[in-house]
Design a protein around this ligand. Structure first.
Ligand code: 5RP
Length: 229
């Protein structure tokens, strides 16, 4: 199976977690895109969706799915999104698609976080994938120095030779070479750096369920039972 076929398989499996008549939170990235395409087939069953990025909102709308502003939504049972890395405990690195802040916000409202990923994303220790950190532009240099002090090599993310700007008008610093044996501790430490908007560690609130695409099928990993928003 190709990586795309594995992503498609978990996207299909995630449909079982969609709650009829409710609003669903939807992530960003290629796996989330496969999920949106599956969601399009059953759109009559849901009230609508909250998007974690402008790109996701556009794809949802292209399928005729109503997109709600998070400010108009009190709760949602489920948030479904991909990951760049996920541990056997459900801690994740996210933000490869630069949508980490909105992803973390939407996930915080959901009762359950369902992570969908191809099996290559499963790791014992986070950190081989560069850790994305969204930063206020004027704080880029000072935050980079503080991230370097944590042991990583900070690199400003570029697009077409210029700093990539997120949907929130911020920049992304990718931290290369971190070894993250305690993701919740590292998340708290980076959250404490002034100028950081969001760190792409999802450990304090990790995934509740992982659907991982393996050569022999979709493996379901249950990490938690979810929590009321
Ligand atoms: C976007 C993300 C994505 O979930 C993550 O980058 C995985 O992407 P893909 O499904 O394309 O492998 O966090 O900000």
């Amino acid at each position: 199976m190709t990586q795309d076929e594995l992503k498609q398989a978990v996207a299909r499996a995630a449909i079982d977690y969609v709650v009829d008549g409710e609003i669903i939170g939807v992530g960003t990235g290629s796996t989330a895109n496969f999920f949106i395409d599956e969601l399009g087939r059953i759109k009559h069953r849901i009230k609508g969706a909250v998007a974690s990025s402008e790109a996701t909102a556009a794809r949802l709308k292209s399928h005729g799915i109503a997109v709600f502003d998070l400010n108009d939504v009190d709760s949602m049972p489920v948030y479904i999104d991909g990951a760049d890395e996920i541990t056997p405990h459900g801690a994740m690195i996210k933000g490869g698609g630069a949508a980490l802040t909105r992803e973390k916000i939407v996930a915080s409202v959901a009762g359950k976080f369902i992570c969908i990923a191809d099996g290559s994303k499963l790791v014992d220790v986070l950190g081989s994938f560069p850790l994305p950190v969204e930063v206020i532009p004027m704080a880029q240099a000072v935050v980079a120095r503080k991230l370097a002090a944590l042991g990583g090599e900070p690199r400003l993310r570029l697009k077409d030779g210029r700093p990539l700007m997120t949907d929130n008008g911020c920049v992304i610093i990718d931290v290369v070479g971190l070894n993250i044996p305690n993701p919740a501790e590292m998340e708290a430490a980076i959250n404490g750096i002034v100028g950081v908007v969001t760190v792409g560690l999802f450990a304090q609130r990790g995934a509740d369920v992982g659907l991982l695409g393996m050569a022999d099928g979709v493996r379901t990993m249950t990490f938690r039972q979810g929590s009321a928003a």
